[in-house]
Write a protein that binds this ligand. Sequence first.
Ligand SMILES: [Zn+2]
Length: 500
Amino acid sequence: MKKRYFFMAFMLMLIVLTSGCLSGNFIKKYGTNITEYNLDLTLNDDHTIDGTQVVKYKNTTSKILGEVCFHLYANSFSDVAMNKPVSKLYETKAYPNGFSAGGIDISEVLCANQKCSFALENLDKDILKVTLNSPLYPNDFVNIKMTYKIVIPNVLHRFGYSDSSINLGNFYPIACVFENDGWDKNPYNHNGDPFYSTMANYVVNMTYSSNLILASTGTKKAETKNETATKTTYSANAVRDFAMVLSDKFETLSEKVDGTQINYYFYSDKQSAKSMETAKKALLTFNKKFGKYPYETLAVVETGFLYGGMEYPNLVMISDSLEKYDDYTNTIVHEIAHQWWYGVVGNNQFDYGWLDESLAEYSVVVFYENNPEYEIFRDVCIKNAITSYTLFVDVYKDVFKQVDTSMNRKISEFATEPEYVYAAYVKGMIMFDDIRNLIGDKKFFDSLKNYYKQYGGKNAVPANLIAVFEDTSNRRLKSVFESYLYGSAIIGNVSEKPAN
Ligand SMILES: [Zn+2]
């Protein structure tokens, strides 16, 4: 996600580096013999969805499973949720028409065509635990069919509708990750993107009113349309989530770049051609600097959203309320960078939110220095980030007498949104520039390419990133990374004390 925190300036520094590349067989490698989702959805005029979903779930663990758990993130939008998606600070902006509740009601679950029991867990009933009728052995599959009704709230969020559009992000039941002998059941949080999932294949049938235009993860496979209703089928292989946005106002621009079809959906952007150009250049730049984007499509979607933007596999949401066009450009680039850091290389965004955010934010710097026509310069950008960061730390120290600047915390452990943003985004950007200055450009970009190649299709943890940088540069960098992650680095004039 991209939050608005300050306007960045950047500087040109042309560096010619060879292209790293992720295997062209990415989809085949990571999209074979994995969990499959088949969704059949009907979007009603009253902003509800009737859905059936068959998950052909694969046990990728070494354990015999008696249950499978799913996140029901939609239930965090209920009126009684404890872990709300919107903080007090943003409530008025998020709900312009007053609070509006959303959620998902599961009416039936079948396991291998037999009725099976299910229960809702967590404080906010945001976990669906399905008890299997027979044990699921490692590498075996089970078909879990669920029937549900979704209520979309009137909120400017990743799951919600506005006057202009309907955002469907994190709206359907998605399997929790099983690791360390248990299911990851982290709840929602208003800080960051509290999500964690693994690669799966999707086929999604969506029926909706014919006055709407659909932007989606994946590739359109079929469409039937009459005067009132349209049914569209999208499929996506080896993606870690699936999102859609609908609007009756969408205009579109499309272009094929480096083998990827970019579709730009917009309604109020007065500089749409320029925005499309930015999206194209971002894809080209990151293909060259990090390794090739392995998918056929990328949807860049202007939509109602209270923050700057939000990333999903093959689809990025860009807020229609960004006042400065430069911020709109920044957000396009930041969210597209997430296709590499989050989309292809995944991570637990609840436990290690900084891991993809800091890389996405530093990728914006990389974009500008490789596209000098934007006249945004790397050294100015880093200088501004340091100034802004030290100011934040000073003010926080004054007001709260202390500040925890450690980056490596669960997103729920950050006291405020600014604290999270300055640690994960701003400090993260400064950290990568520092590492780059230490090891030099070639080893820095080789490290990012190796990280992309080694962890593409998988979920990485911070130790993986540090190990790739150390192996590639042949330097001991763990203590440098950790000084940032745990808060003892000296940035600007601020000497930080390690967090307790
Ligand atoms: Zn982000």
